[in-house]
Design a protein around this ligand. Sequence first.
Ligand code: SAH
Length: 246
Amino acid sequence: MGTVYLTGAGPGDIDLLTIKALRIIKKADVIVYDRLANPEILKEAKEGCEFIYVGKADSHHTLPQEEINEVLYRCALKYDVVVRLKGGDPLVFGRGGEEGIYLRKRGIKFEFIPGITSAIAVPEYAGIPVTHRGVTVSFRVVTGHESKNKDHSQIPWENYKTDDTIIFLMGLHRLDKIAAKLIEIGKPKDYPVAVISKGTTPEEKTVIGTLETIWEKAKDLPTPALIVVGEVVRLREQLNWFEREH
Ligand code: SAH
């Protein structure tokens, strides 16, 4: 019986893969991957490695989680080294925890291999530090995705009357609602917001606006994209580097 490595692939730029992840990818007998992992990484696998795509596109799950769990289980019965490759970090909205719990229940060994999360690295490539001395002392990472089956919001909006930097993942399709909600709970209409699309890749694009203007400016950006709300967004004027070079 094999071991399943629940592995973070980093945010996009292949050079942001960790050495530990690369070492296990080179040994893998099978790699189970999804859309957010840079496909270039698969070229690092040894000859004969099997590839299984379980493509989740953003919030749309093309394969239900239960089926992915089952795929991992069957792979572990068949192979020694099973790599489950996920965009960013496997435990930041990556459902790696669910996969671990399932595998443990079925008696399969697993390890987590952390990855660089898009939540921090993507703003960083856009020249936006998630904390900055004298500007903000903390940051939060929040899902912008809300279940369609629930009548009321799962996000405790009242807690967002804060100067923390707020990073919304999976939120582009609800950008208008997120911005409106933040204004409703008392944030100024001219509060700075950035939307960063395809961060850390050559197609990275950043749009800057305010809670009032951002939806109109950023709604057509391609995914994956994340939203940064906070005074730190203004620092991009001085810290933008990656998009200047590409
Ligand atoms: N585990 C991942 C996040 C999975 S949720 C991580 O740690 O990064 C998927 C969301 O991450 C996307 O909807 C988007 O908001 C964000 N995301 C992932 N890669 C991105 C990228 N290269 N650029 C911008 N946003 C990205």
